[in-house]
Design a protein around this ligand. Structure first.
Ligand SMILES: Nc1ncnc2c1ncn2[C@@H]1O[C@H](COP(=O)(O)OP(=O)(O)OP(=O)(O)O)[C@@H](O)[C@H]1O
Ligand SMILES: [Mg+2]
Length: 260
């Protein structure tokens, strides 16, 4: 793929971060005994997990294990029972846009850009989700400093970007809403190894800016590299919780629930 991404971009982002006084988020996300349903189909069976302020947490599992359903339930896109609390406030039953306004960003797995709008217009739409009041951590300049390729293509229709560029655009659009927590569903799917490594760098940079990250992944390597803690799902349940070191040491969990 053709995105011109390199260490210089990460450096530019760090420099921008150093100059801003954006406060780290202080809210934790806590799921307690969450069950979720698609019509009569019962998909999540009592999920309990948390993302603490400033943490990178990975949610791992095989295809169909319920990872996307978990983030969609948090986001109000799938009906759930139990509790999803954000800074102590219940989110279940709220609409997706209300949840976004409370500071939770969601990058879905299907890279849903607006193909007929330009790169810049796509970013402007992200800004609309921004909470009122607080000084935002990010602006257009930050996004373009991070991803010069997006700057070059700012007047191009987003639909003609490569897969990797669309992934970057979706991430940037969500960041423009200035979330305290960002949930990213399989950002590295279909990307070349070098770009995967770059995505890892950017996620670490978000953390440095005080954004918590819930990363849904299948790739164990990136999760082990960047997470503070990992959860593994199987058949709609959490089957493992621990640090990357715990997961590395647990061959049984990896074989039973992760390796294909
Ligand atoms: N819209 C839907 N209607 C009915 N069942 C669904 C729907 N979306 C997902 N499912 C089912 O729910 C289960 C969990 O799916 P989910 O998308 O959460 O898995 P996942 O862990 O994200 O895996 P992957 O992304 O690889 O599919 C699967 O059995 C799937 O078939
Ligand atoms: Mg999924």
């Amino acid at each position: 793929m053709s995105v011109a991404l390199n260490d210089t971009n990460v450096g530019a982002m760090r420099a921008a971060a150093a100059g801003s006084a954006a406060a780290a988020g202080t809210r934790a996300l806590r799921l307690d005994n969450v069950h979720a349903f698609y019509g009569k189909s019962h998909v999540l069976h009592g999920v309990t997990m948390e993302v603490r302020p400033g943490e990178i947490v990975s949610l791992l599992g095989r295809n169909g294990s319920g990872r996307s359903t978990t983030v969609k339930t948090i986001m109000g896109q799938v009906d759930g029972t139990g509790s999803v609390a954000w800074g102590g406030q219940e989110l279940l039953g709220r609409k997706a846009y209300e949840i976004a306004h409370r500071g939770i960003g969601y990058v879905p797995e299907n890279r849903d850009i607006f193909p007929k709008l330009t790169v810049h217009q796509n970013l402007m739409l992200g800004e609309k989700g921004r909470r009122k009041g607080a000084a935002p951590r990010w602006g257009f300049d930050d996004m373009y400093a991070m991803f010069p390729r997006l700057k070059e293509r700012q007047h191009t229709e987003a639909g003609v970007l490569s897969g990797g560029e669309q992934q970057m655009l979706t991430l940037c659009r969500t960041l423009m809403g200035d979330p305290d927590l960002i949930m990213i569903d399989e950002p590295t799917e279909g990307l070349a190894p070098k770009i995967v490594e770059l995505v890892a760098e950017y996620l670490k940079e978000l953390k440095r800016r005080g954004v918590s990250v819930l990363l849904v992944e299948q790739k164990l390597a990136i999760a082990l590299e960047i997470s503070e803690r990992c959860y593994v799902m199987g058949h709609g349940r959490i089957v493992f919780e621990g640090t990357p070191a715990d997961l590395r040491a647990n061959a049984y969990v990896r074989k039973e629930w992760l390796e294909v």
